[in-house]
Design a protein around this ligand. Structure first.
Ligand SMILES: NC(=O)c1ccc[n+]([C@@H]2O[C@H](COP(=O)([O-])OP(=O)(O)OC[C@H]3O[C@@H](n4cnc5c(N)ncnc54)[C@H](O)[C@@H]3O)[C@@H](O)[C@H]2O)c1
Length: 345
């Protein structure tokens, strides 16, 4: 298949793109590469079918969509605090940019559009085992933008059923990826336990969250991209596994047990309004999807990489908010001191 992956340089994208290449697809990545280009070390055979377009979803040339059968959208500002930084920017990227990309894809005749939504649209969930038809109660700008994109995409699919839209509501992701993220619960707890022997639990710790490994997420996107239209078009799927719904305090205890000598401390914060326990029966039944990586496997994987020095835990790019703050500051400095596009030279 000819696939365009928007945001392919990100945490999910940098695992998903190699998986699509391994399965024989031709992949074009459209990304600003805010966290760097993670594809430098791809084997030649895969790199020969990868095309990289460094551009913005808000302004790219729609000609790059010509001949694409599938678009996967894993782009955007990807967590609550980064979205709160500049609400207008968040709207511009996560809503207006996302809609621009979808509209251009539809106009270019793209058949299948797979969108990375989030279980955070359930927000303050009503009871355990939330299903795709449960009410959405997004409690952050980030999650409201996800809900807004779902509505836009399904309206487009209703108007034009040949534009096959699938929304994947991802659980919180964990595990190693070429663009690493140490701002996701399992990854950050493991890193903090390893380095400081201390885990801070925010929001009381009783809040539920579902988790899913980044390779299992990549598999879910591949399945959504290639499954028959009658199974997926116009559908939402929660992506994860019911066993991986965990209360945050419990998660901290699991990480503590993996790293002896770690203490778990409650941070003096308000209760976390985001509290959702999700059912993954639909994707299991309809697409025969099963996750392969457990939470304990993921903790071990991240721990091992840290022990072997494969990752620099202080690299700013692994912290989404820090990197966006840095880019904002760099932009200011450039505006103040830049001359003909240069700062020093
Ligand atoms: N990681 C999770 O736990 C999780 C859970 C649910 C949903 N999601 C969603 O999945 C998607 C991918 O998440 P991620 O963890 O890989 O995030 P990420 O921040 O690592 O990746 C996002 C990518 O989008 C790119 N990007 C941002 N703005 C852009 C723009 N204007 N034009 C072009 N490219 C742009 C960035 O450079 C980056 O490579 C996001 O939409 C996120 O909201 C993630």
């Amino acid at each position: 298949m000819q696939v365009l992956v928007a945001g392919g340089g990100g945490y999910i994208g940098s695992t998903l793109v190699p998986l699509f290449l391994e399965r024989g697809h031709e992949v074009t990545v459209l990304d600003r590469f805010y966290f760097g280009n993670p594809f430098g070390k791809l084997p030649k055979e895969l790199a020969s079918r990868l095309h990289v377009v460094r551009a913005d979803i808000r302004s790219f040339d729609p000609a790059i969509l010509a001949g694409k059968e599938v678009v996967v959208d894993v782009s955007g500002i990807s967590n609550d605090p980064s979205c709160e930084l500049e609400p207008d920017l968040t709207k511009g990227v996560n809503l207006d940019g996302g809609q621009r990309l979808a509209k251009a894809a539809r106009e270019a005749g793209v058949r299948r559009y797979v969108y990375s939504s989030s279980c955070s649209v359930y927000g303050h969930g009503e009871g355990l085992g939330l299903v795709e038809t449960s009410n959405r109660h997004p409690v952050s700008l980030y999650a409201r933008a996800k809900a807004g994109m779902e509505d836009y995409l399904f309206a487009a699919n209703k108007q034009d059923p040949a534009f096959e839209v699938v929304a994947l509501r991802l659980a919180t992701v964990f595990g190693l990826s070429p663009r690493m993220r140490f701002d996701l619960a399992i990854n950050v707890m493991t890193k903090n336990a390893y380095i400081n022997r201390r885990i801070m639990v925010d929001g009381g710790g009783r809040q539920w969250r579902p988790f899913v490994h980044v390779r299992d997420v990549a598999e879910a996107f591949h399945l959504a991209a290639r499954s028959e239209a009658k199974l997926v078009s116009g559908e939402v799927f929660n992506v994860g596994s019911t066993d991986n719904n965990v209360q945050i305090l419990n998660l901290a205890f699991r990480v503590r047990d993996a790293i002896p000598g770690t203490e778990v401390v409650h941070a003096p914060t308000d209760p976390d309004l985001r509290d959702y326990n999700v059912s993954f029966e639909k994707i299991e039944k309809v697409l025969d999807y099963r996750t392969k990586v457990t939470i304990d496997d993921g903790i071990r994987e991240v721990l091992q990489a840290l022990k072997e020095g494969k990752l620099d835990p202080d690299d700013r790019r692994w912290y989404t908010l820090k990197q966006y703050l840095f880019l904002r500051e760099a932009e200011k400095i450039h505006a103040e001191l830049g001359l003909d596009g240069h700062l020093l030279s």
